[in-house]
Design a protein. Structure first.
Length: 177
């Protein structure tokens, strides 16, 4: 009888592990200087066309300034500048992805300029691996994980880590314009 309970327990544990490994997570992919990156879809609030960005004095080059989105001031970050990638000429495909990020414990909207939004991928947990300690020109705290899609690896960015900067919190005015 005890053996049956052990088998049942093992089957239940195996089922839970199976369910955990087949639950897909969605990631939005985009291009920066010809490289493909991804962020969790749940962090994306909206995607908008490029608009007038108002510069903010004394900010690092990767903080382009702020934009007004429906009366809210949103800081805009250039990931190309932040990652020291070769900038591309802006095209009709260049856009701003508005994401929700955690800065100093508060949910804050941030815009990131990308060369082009690619597509959304459903990635199984068994196709997601920890960030390797080598092989990327990006700082390790910028990459959350590595996803495998169609035999290729995609860096899944840690937007909270990238946007956890004092400079951004200084530009984010929670007041309406």
């Amino acid at each position: 009888m005890n053996t049956n309970k052990q088998k049942l327990h093992e089957l239940t544990r195996n089922r839970e592990e199976y369910v955990k490994n087949v639950e897909e997570h969605q990631y939005l992919t985009f291009l920066l200087s010809g490289e493909v990156f991804a962020i969790e879809v749940l962090k994306v609030k909206e995607i908008i066309g490029v608009r007038l960005i108002t510069p903010v004095p004394s900010m690092p080059s990767y903080i382009l300034g702020v934009i007004n989105v429906r009366g809210n001031v949103i800081p805009v970050v250039s990931l190309t500048n932040r990652f020291s990638l070769e900038p591309q000429e802006a095209t009709h495909k260049t856009c701003i992805i508005i994401i929700s990020s955690i800065i100093e414990g508060d949910a804050t909207d941030i815009g990131i300029v990308v060369d082009m939004v690619n597509q959304v991928y459903d990635i199984l947990p068994n196709n997601i691996e920890s960030t390797p300690m080598f092989g990327s020109s990006l700082r390790k705290d910028f990459i959350q994980k590595i996803g495998k899609v169609n035999g290729k690896f995609i860096s899944i960015l840690d937007m909270d880590g990238i946007s956890n900067m004092d400079e951004i919190s200084k530009t984010n005015d929670k007041q309406s314009i």
